[in-house]
Design a protein around this ligand. Structure first.
Ligand SMILES: Cc1cc2nc3c(=O)[nH]c(=O)nc-3n(C[C@H](O)[C@H](O)[C@H](O)COP(=O)(O)O)c2cc1C
Length: 366
């Protein structure tokens, strides 16, 4: 099947993408003290040199004491940190690429570091790391207001540094998603409640504040997932109608693109249709969407952490869906982590040169 559809340009606001392939955000933990190094800058630049149209950075922490749970994950506040990011975005631009940082707050997800802990209390809606599992204290209204401010400040910094858009990490069971999920949001104030639009209020206020700080023309992406790292089977929305009720207020607040995280992009979201999560999100909101999940590889990414290798896999199903405009863009994670030349090989039909994903790729910034 021809891969031409992957190489059609795409435009939203001031963002003119040369093709439909996006580098998925991937935490690499190679930024000691939270500062992206020259190696990090070269790593992203190589993907831009490999024709990746749009790069979303690894998650990068906003200005709250415990926004990150790993000292080697980059932060997106502070002079040295932002100077590091400026090197990154300048390098990507010099190679003809475009880039957004993924702004991140991990919420109540405990650090795995042995001799380090975050310099402040963990934030979460209800002091739960998963349903019924107490971890820390619920955020006060002041904490919530400060977290919203932290996202808005980071977005403004992104714009000032010359980034082309921002992505807010609202997926995978981290802070924003902990508010979405009834299992971890037991609040009875205006940030909680039984209905999803109510629990989406924290995210909507962040989007609103970010929009206010970056102005109308700067694209805002929001990454969302039904699944949680705490529980892969959770569905926040179990019908298209519930999905619409969840996403509509977020789009109204200013989201331009929904980045819909699945572990396998071909899995249908609801019974009775083969549309995937990105397909449904586009259908119920009308905004462009990004799909993701095992593109070009035989196995999914959580298994990769456990050491499972993945073979190169056909792109036919992806191309078919993109051709039908079920979604607009495609994010690629491990295939690009493994091989910065992946997209050039796809473009030039060099199928036999496509690489398997090996866990050893996690160990270096190649
Ligand atoms: C090493 C690694 C780190 C990741 N870190 C992030 C992250 O910081 N933010 C995020 O939203 N997703 C993160 N993800 C998920 C990816 O963005 C992507 O959704 C997932 O890898 C599926 O795409 P793939 O099958 O093409 O790898 C990470 C994935 C990997 C493999």
């Amino acid at each position: 099947m021809s891969s031409d559809v992957l190489f059609r340009p795409f435009k939203i606001k001031g963002l003119n993408l040369p093709n439909r392939v996006v580098m998925a955000p991937m935490t690499r933990s190679f930024s000691p003290g939270g500062i992206p190094t020259e190696d990090v800058a070269r790593y992203y630049r190589r993907r831009a040199e490999g024709a990746v149209g749009f790069i979303i950075s690894e998650g990068t922490g906003v200005d709250r004491p415990a926004s990150l749970n790993d000292p080697n994950v980059p932060r997106f506040h502070g002079e040295k940190e932002l100077a590091g990011w400026r090197r990154v975005v300048d390098g990507v631009h010099a190679a003809g690429g475009l880039m957004a940082p993924q702004l991140w707050h991990v919420g109540a997800v405990r650090t795995r570091a042995k001799d380090w802990s975050p310099p402040g209390a963990y934030d979460s809606p209800s002091g739960l790391s998963r349903p019924e599992k107490k971890f820390g204290e619920p955020m006060s209204e002041e904490d919530i207001a400060d977290a919203i401010r932290a996202f808005a400040d980071a977005a403004l910094a992104a714009k000032r540094l010359g980034f082309d858009a921002v992505e807010l990490h609202g997926a995978h069971g981290y802070l924003i998603d902990q508010f979405f999920w009834e299992g971890t949001n037991r609040r009875e104030d205006t940030y909680g409640g039984k209905d999803l639009p109510g629990r989406a209020r924290f995210a909507a206020e962040i989007v609103h504040a970010v929009r206010k700080s970056v102005g109308t023309d700067f694209p805002i992406l929001l990454r969302i997932s039904q699944w949680k790292q705490q529980d892969f089977e959770v569905k926040l929305a179990d019908t298209p109608r519930a999905l619409e009720a969840w996403l509509k207020p977020l789009v109204d607040a200013g989201v331009d693109i929904l980045h819909c995280s699945q572990r396998r992009f071909w899995e249908p979201e609801f019974d009775g249709s083969d549309l995937n999560f990105a397909g449904w999100a586009k259908k119920v909101t009308g905004v462009p969407t990004i799909s993701v999940g095992s593109v070009g590889l035989s196995g999914e990414f959580i298994a990769a952490y456990g050491g499972e290798s993945s073979r190169p896999a056909s792109l036919d199903e992806l191309i078919r869906r993109l051709g039908r405009e079920e979604f607009d863009l495609v994010a690629v994670g491990r295939a690009l982590l493994q091989d910065p030349q992946w997209l050039l090989k796809v473009r030039d039909g060099r199928t036999e040169e496509l690489m398997a994903f090996e866990r050893t790729a996690f160990a270096a910034l190649s």
